[in-house]
Design a protein around this ligand. Structure first.
Ligand code: NAP
Length: 277
């Protein structure tokens, strides 16, 4: 499954919507990125996100706070962005330095600007099937499946991983599409046997080549969210690809969909805030 191609299609559609917003309101939608400290991977990720914004005609607003920032510093910065009408979406890059209460910082983001889907409010909206913003990686995975007409309803989906940003919202999104969902984690027993029953496997573990090819049922759809050192996914790609009907590569699968979803959700946030249908 070519995440790069589908992400480009999403971004092209978002660019058209940005032009409509500008035409109707004179406002250029804007995503604020907040980076605390200078973790090299986080610097790269926020740069990529800002570049993507600008490539489709949106604005980005870069905020960089020092590594020594306190929770209060981050909360007050995010609160200020939250009440600034020129900012339509807020991305607080994680992880934050250890002295920062990341949950408190996330919760300072107003739900209407939570385009990365990290707040309790956004999670609840997603879980209850209300309009809001889902966490970008699982939402991007669903969009990629939709682009390839993967049938989700009534299928058995096995999600490996239960993090707040990936495994749990992934399970919620699949459930809302009427899949039968099993969530696995580090204490799950007989993991390979559970995966072998799956029509859809989502790997969100964070361990290179962890999911073995011979665990995969013939014809299953395999979505690899993993991104490990050396650009390696969580699924042992070659042997899994021999059994799967569809599979995402790493890189070029789920990764580009995550950023495209963030950008698309920022455009939606701007439309809602500005009353553009
Ligand atoms: P995380 O917070 O470390 O969560 C990993 C999950 O895997 C946990 O729920 C953990 O279970 C489970 N796990 C660990 N060892 C396991 C085992 N032996 N068997 C079964 N489950 C096991 O990681 P994350 O933030 O969800 O990220 C997961 C992966 O996705 C990483 O490679 C990350 O880089 C990647 N990622 C990619 C994108 C993207 O845009 N492509 C975005 C975000 C993350 P416990 O809960 O029991 O500890």
């Amino acid at each position: 499954m070519d995440g790069k191609r589908v992400a480009k299609e999403l971004l092209d559609a978002a660019a058209t919507r940005v032009q409509t917003i500008k035409g109707k309101t004179g406002v250029t939608p804007c995503l604020a990125t907040v980076l605390v400290g200078a973790d090299p991977a986080s610097v790269t990720y926020t740069q990529m996100k800002r570049k993507r914004c600008e490539s489709i005609g949106m604005q980005s607003h870069k905020v960089e706070l020092p590594q020594t920032s306190t929770t209060e510093d981050v909360v007050s910065c995010v609160t200020e962005l939250g009440s600034d009408p020129a900012i339509n979406g807020i991305l607080l890059q994680h992880p934050s330095p250890p002295q920062v209460d990341e949950r408190a910082a996330f919760e300072a983001i107003p739900v209407v600007k939570d385009v990365d889907g990290v707040t309790f409010g956004s999670f609840a909206h997603m879980w209850f099937g209300e309009a809001g913003f889902a966490s970008c990686t699982p939402e991007g995975i669903v969009r990629l499946m939709d682009a390839y007409d993967v049938e989700i309803e009534s299928k058995h989906a096995v999600v490996i991983g239960r993090s707040a940003i990936l495994g749990k919202p992934m399970a919620g999104l699949l459930l809302s599409r009427n899949a039968t969902v099993t969530i696995c984690h580090s204490r799950t027993q007989n993991l390979s046997e559970i995966v072998a029953q799956a029509d859809i496997v989502v790997a969100a573990v964070g361990r290179a080549n962890f999911v073995q090819g011979d665990w995969i049922k013939h014809g299953a759809v395999v979505m690899d969210a993993g991104y490990n050192e050396g650009n390696v996914g969580d699924v042992d790609f070659e042997p899994a690809a021999e059994r799967a009907s569809m599979i995402t590569p790493v890189p070029g699968g789920v990764g580009p969909m995550t950023i495209a979803t963030l950008i698309e959700q920022t455009v939606t946030a701007a439309e809602r805030q500005l009353g553009v249908a």
